[in-house]
Design a protein around this ligand. Structure first.
Ligand code: SF4
Length: 358
């Protein structure tokens, strides 16, 4: 059967009805007990959808609780400062999500209520078609299919879509099938069921067709040569190497820190200057071996150079030269830092302890 044939077959209402029923039965018996499901609210659903965009569920659950505790309502989130929001987000990475979440909270608070349709959600900062569809179907019962990576995989395997799912044609084919498969009477449960199936059963490396509720209707069921090659994706670009030199200049418990620009990588987060201090500072050399850190499009190799200031006045004058600030390690620890810095915090604390003793 050619691609067109597979697609026509997938849109057959008899086939989609059988699949919908099997999916719903499976979901009601197998759904994971997640906090935003047991205490459903638009605020909780929205937060979970933003947090889980690039974060695993196991990491997301404790952060979701902590975030709810820090900002119990959308009004609390709207009234918080950006630094407070970024601090609460620490550990989740991709900080742009936190900034956009904060902007959206302000817009919701100003409007007086949450959006009540898929289209209204889509108009908020940080909300793309998938997130708007997930929130509108789960939180508002609107019949709209949500397509994330898990859904792409399940749908591509189920319907045998051989076009790259991240190409225009492939995305269109996945969208058509996802719409046809949608259980319009239970859109929230249905969308969560397909995502859950992708997370637990039809996983990237192992499709457990023997226990899958879609096996009776799936084009790839039990055919390893079919599902291992699906979904097809366009070739990825290699991450660009980025050599970063950070200069950690200290004096007692004080350190020089800079806030990064408003846009670009790690926007507005706190790091160390990239320019060295004058030769009146004692060079301590590399504090530890360079650290490799991968961001989505960059491969960072960070070198931490240590410097001991002769006195506090010299430290402050260096800070002025590089448009930086002087603060205690404790103060820096309370600010939003890139994950690379939090990852190395213990090693950096050793430097601070040694510096305090000096
Ligand atoms: S039958 Fe197999 S390939 Fe098809 S959706 Fe289920 S797990 Fe995936």
């Amino acid at each position: 059967m050619n691609d067109q044939g597979f697609l026509q077959n997938s849109l057959d209402p008899k086939r989609t009805t059988v699949a919908q029923k099997a999916l719903r039965t499976w979901y009601l018996g197998h759904a994971r007990d997640l906090p935003w499901r047991s205490e459903p609210s638009l605020y909780g659903t929205w937060l979970s959808e933003i947090m889980l965009q690039q974060t695993r569920v196991e990491t997301g659950v404790p952060k979701w609780h902590a975030f709810r505790e820090a900002f119990p309502s959308v009004a609390d989130l709207a009234r918080a400062t950006e630094d407070e929001v970024l601090k609460a987000w620490e550990g989740l990475g991709y900080y742009r999500r936190a900034r956009l979440l904060h902007r959206a909270a302000k817009a919701i608070h100003e409007a007086g209520d949450f959006p009540s349709t898929h289209a209204e959600w889509l108009a908020l900062p940080g909300i793309g078609p998938y997130t708007a569809a997930a929130i509108a179907s789960i939180g508002l019962g609107e019949a709209v299919a949500a397509v994330d990576g898990n859904v792409q995989r399940v749908v591509a395997r189920w319907a045998g879509i051989r076009q790259a799912v991240d190409s225009k044609d492939g995305a269109r084919a996945v969208g058509l099938v996802a719409d046809a498969l949608l259980d319009t009477n239970h859109p929230g449960d249905h969308n969560q069921a397909v995502m859950e199936l992708g997370a637990l059963v039809c996983t990237p490396r192992a499709a457990q067709c023997g226990t899958c509720p879609l096996a009776a209707t799936c084009t790839s069921a039990g055919r390893e040569e079919a599902w291992t090659n699906l979904p097809v994706k366009q070739p990825k670009k290699k991450p660009v190497p980025w050599d970063l030199d950070w200069h950690v200049a200290t004096c007692g418990d004080l350190v020089v820190v800079v806030q990064r620009p408003d846009s670009g990588v790690w926007a507005k987060m706190w790091t160390f200057p990239e320019g060295p201090p004058s030769n009146r500072f004692a060079a301590l050399g590399l504090l530890f071996d360079p650290v490799t850190h991968i961001l989505s499009h960059r491969r960072i190799t960070a070198s931490f150079h240590g410097w001991q200031a002769p006195d506090e006045a010299s430290l402050r004058s260096y800070a002025d030269e590089v448009a930086a600030y002087v603060m205690t390690w404790e103060e820096l620890g309370a600010l939003a830092r890139p994950r690379l810095l939090t990852k190395m915090w213990e090693e950096l604390s050793d430097v601070w302890t040694a510096s305090e003793r000096a």
